[in-house]
Design a protein around this ligand. Structure first.
Ligand code: GLY
Length: 352
């Protein structure tokens, strides 16, 4: 099923129009405590004026079975039926958990995503991955279920602090690397120190989401080509796990750009990815993201995280790599020696 995306600067109108085209009885909103207070009340949607708001705690640590049970309970107590619809308003945690609540309640009810973060707009709210964390493992329980519609609104993007924009922008860079050299170099021209033209930025988001949808449509259940969207993520997840172990979490999007640098070096070594593009990406990261600090004492831990990663097969480290922008190679097995060399190069490039 191809999912619909609306790009708008007026989310209330877009929601009203979407809901008026879907036959349903009741509408429920799922939001976290922040978006319930600051966003839902200001959406300007007539259709949602009377809709019950199911509020959950904010933060990744709430993406669990207890919160999910709370949403199921509320839906049940408030009389949701198979013909009801959920509107998820929030970042990726809300769209993942609210989507999974919808996918499982009464064997599945429909849902609409209204992402309020850039990361959710360009990634989590698009493509049908829903789920919760379980047993200490991220997204361990979940389902592929497409939203009826994702409504991406520039009015949320306008209000985001710069680190939030940068975090989402890293996934846009990943999409650009998977698309073409032109798109990649175009994205590297962004200067976060200058104010954005919102209209032009919404257009860039639209182009980025189109790249994701290309991979999702060709392989909705991630049996093959969709795995390209994991570019940069083998290393990114290891950096995030190391940061957690050190007691100081890092933003997923920032981990993604550092992961992309390391994995484009691997791409250069194994598939001839142009070194000029690797340097350009590293320069962009230094200017706008800074570096994640690692030393050679961290290599063993990082490698152990990677061999236990979901994407790893038979204890091998596996990455998606590129021979050039737009040409992914799947399941490249990386030896420990090569991964250590890649970390050395990452540290050189980031001057750490
Ligand atoms: N976040 C990658 C995907 O949706 O497949």
């Amino acid at each position: 099923m191809t999912q619909g995306i609306t790009y708008t600067n007026c989310v209330g109108e877009a929601l009203d129009s979407t809901l008026s085209n879907i036959d349903h009885n009741k509408t429920f909103v799922v939001a976290d405590e922040n978006t319930a207070r600051l966003v839902v009340t200001r959406l300007g949607s007539n259709a949602l004026a009377e809709a019950p708001v199911i509020t959950i705690s904010a933060g990744e640590e709430s993406k669990n079975l207890k919160t999910l049970a709370h949403v199921w309970t509320q839906l049940s107590d408030l009389g949701a039926t198979r013909n009801s619809i959920i509107v998820n308003v929030g970042g990726g945690m809300v769209t993942d958990l609210g989507g999974f609540a919808a996918a499982t309640f009464k064997r599945g009810i429909r849902f609409i995503n209204c992402p309020t973060s850039l990361l959710a707009a360009v990634d989590a709210s698009v493509g049908g991955k829903t789920g919760i964390d379980f047993n200490g493992l991220k997204n361990e329980i979940g389902a592929f279920t497409m939203p009826q519609q994702t409504i991406i609104s520039s009015c949320f993007i306008d209000t985001l602090p710069q680190p939030e924009i940068k975090a989402g922008y890293a996934e846009m860079l990943k999409h650009a690397l998977l698309h073409s050299h032109d798109r990649f170099t175009q994205l590297l021209k962004t200067d976060f120190n200058n104010p954005f033209n919102t209209h032009a930025f919404l257009k860039m988001i639209e182009q980025s989401v189109a790249i994701k949808l290309h991979y999702v449509d060709s392989d909705p259940l991630e049996a093959g080509t969709r795995r390209a969207l994991n570019l940069g993520h083998t290393v990114a997840h290891a950096f995030e796990s190391l940061a957690l172990k050190r007691g100081k979490a890092i933003r997923h999007g920032y981990a993604v750009i550092w992961g992309l640098i390391t994995e484009t070096y691997l791409s250069h070594k194994l598939f001839g990815f142009p070194s000029a593009d690797l340097y350009a990406l590293a320069q962009f990261a230094i200017e706008h993201y800074g570096a994640f600090h690692i030393t050679c004492d961290d290599y063993e831990t990082l490698i152990s995280f990677m061999t236990h990663d979901k994407k790893s097969q038979n204890g091998e480290i596996n990455c998606v790599l590129l021979s050039q922008c737009g040409s992914p190679h799947y399941d490249a097995a990386i030896t420990t020696d090569l991964m250590e060399a890649a970390f050395d190069v990452y540290r050189d490039l980031m001057h750490i």
